[in-house]
Design a protein around this ligand. Sequence first.
Ligand SMILES: Cc1cc2nc3c(=O)[nH]c(=O)nc-3n(C[C@H](O)[C@H](O)[C@H](O)COP(=O)(O)OP(=O)(O)OC[C@H]3O[C@@H](n4cnc5c(N)ncnc54)[C@H](O)[C@@H]3O)c2cc1C
Length: 510
Amino acid sequence: MTGRVELLAALRNGCSAGRPWDVAVVGGGATGLGCAVDAASRGYSTVLVEAHDFAKGTSSRATKLVHGGVRYLAQGNLSLVREALSERAVLLANAPHLVRPLRFVVPTYHWHQIPMLGAGLGFYDLLAGRHSLGRSRVLGRAATCEALPGVRRDGLRGGIAYWDAQFDDAGLAIALARTVEDLGALPLNYMVVEGLAKSSGRICGVEARDVETGERHAIPARCVINATGVWADGLRRMDLPGSRALIRPSQGVHLVVDADFLPGSDALLVPDTADGRVLFVIPWLGKLVIGTTDTPRDELPLEPRPLQAEIDFILDTAARYLARAPRREDVRSTFAGLRPLVGGDGSDTADLSREHLVEVSESGLVTITGGKWTTYRRMAIDAVDAAARAGNLPIRASASRRQRLHGAGRDDARSRLARAQAVPDEAGIRLAVESEYARSVEDVLARRYRTLFLDAARACAEAPRVARTMADVLGRDSAWVRAQVTEFEALAAGYRVVGDAPAGRQAADP
Ligand SMILES: Cc1cc2nc3c(=O)[nH]c(=O)nc-3n(C[C@H](O)[C@H](O)[C@H](O)COP(=O)(O)OP(=O)(O)OC[C@H]3O[C@@H](n4cnc5c(N)ncnc54)[C@H](O)[C@@H]3O)c2cc1C
C-alpha cells in the first residue's frame, strides 16, 4: 500500500512522462472500481479518479445483497437473474472475506401463497443451477416461527426459505480499490474531473482537480470511462453539451433498527408491498436493515434524504409482519441512495430495467451505467471491451473472473464483517488512514467502519476520538479536528429519524 503522497507522485510522474494512460476511469463506486480492476487485470495502464470517497455515492447505500433478485424473476427478466446468480458465485469465490450466504424466509398468511411462492423460488433454484447455495423449502408454521422468532404469528400459515448472499458494500469497494493498486494501477479519491481533453474531436484525457489541495492535473488517456452513476449525464454533457438525459434516478431508503425486532440469523422477505414490490428485513452487522423504497427523483444530491412518506411506508410494511413493530424512535439510522436507472420517462421507476447500458459517444467517451452491485464485474467487462475499441488498445480478454480481491484468503467473512460492525479503535483508525485511503472522519465512520449507517448517535459520540487519532496520523492541527467533528455532526443529523409516533403500534393484517 502506498499513501496518498506516493499515489499523487505517481500521478504527476505519469502525467509529465508524456505517455498517456491506456484507460482513465471516472467514478469510484462499484462500477468504476470494477472497470479499473478489469482494465488493470488485462494489463492496461489504468488510473481511476473519484470526486469524493470511494463508494460515497450509491455504492455504500445498497440493501447489501448479492442476489439474482426474486423481484426481477417475478418481472420475467430471466437473463438478468441468471447472470446475477452466476456473478453471485464469482463474488463468493473471489471475495469470501466480504460476502456470505444468507437464508431468507418469506412468511405466508394465506394458503394460496405457499404453492405460488414455492414454485417461483424453486425456479430461482433452477436458474442458479450449479451455483445454487441451497435448495428452497416450504416451511410449516412452527419452522417459520423458529426461523423468524420476531415474526407476527396470528394468521401465519407457514413460509418458504431460500438462499441468496449478503455483503458489506463499502467494504467491497475498498477491497476493489486495494485490488486496483495491487494490480499496479492508480486509484485516487478526492480527485474530481472538471473537464475532458480532446484532440481532433477525440477524447484524449481528463482535467482533474485535487479536492484537498486544489492542484490541477491534466491526465492524458487513450480512452476514458464514465462510471459516475447517477451523475453520468454531467460528464456526458462535458463531452457533448445539451445531450439528452440517459439516467432516471430512483431513490431507495433503508431504516436500521436493533436486531431484537427479528432475532435469529435468517432474513425476512415481504413478497408483496402495497406498491407491488418486495421489502427486506435483514440482519446486518448486529442490527436489522429494513428497506427499500423506489421513488423517482429529479435532483441529484450527494446526500439524498429520505422522504417522510418513505419512512412511514417502511415502518407500516414492517409492522404487518413483525410481532413487535419498530417505531420512529427505534430507528438508529436511516440512509438513502439513488439508483442510476436507465431510460423511461413515465413516473414509475420500479418497472425500469436493472440491466446496464454501455454508450460510446462520437468522441469516444464510454459511459457505463445502470446495473447493480451484484453484476459490477460483468458491467466492467462490457465497458472495458468498448473502451479498448474506442482507444485502439491491443485487444486482451478480461481476467477478472479469477481475480481474487484484496484480503481474500487472509480474513474470513466473519472477521471482516465483525470489524465493520465494531467501533473503530486506534489501530483500526490508523489502518483506515494508512492502508484504506480514509481522509476524513466521515470516511472512517461511514465506510471503513459502518457506525454511521448502524447508529447515527453512536457515530457522533465517536467522532471527536476518531478525529484526534486521524489528526495524529495525518499531521493535522486542532482546528482540523474541530472542523471535522462539526462537519460530521451536521452530516449525521441527516441519518437520524426523530421519534414522534405514539408508542405501542399494533401489527395490522398483512
Ligand atoms: C436503495 C438501493 C438499494 C440497492 N440494493 C442493491 C443490492 O442489494 N444489491 C445490488 O446488487 N445492488 C443494489 N443496488 C444497486 C447498486 O447499489 C448500484 O447499482 C451501484 O452501487 C451503482 O454504482 P455506481 O458505481 O454506478 O454509482 P456510484 O456508487 O454512485 O458511483 C459513482 C461515483 O462517481 C463519482 N463522481 C461523480 N461525478 C464525478 C466527477 N466529475 N469526477 C470524479 N468522480 C465523480 C461519485 O462521487 C460517485 O462516487 C441498490 C441501489 C439502491 C439505490
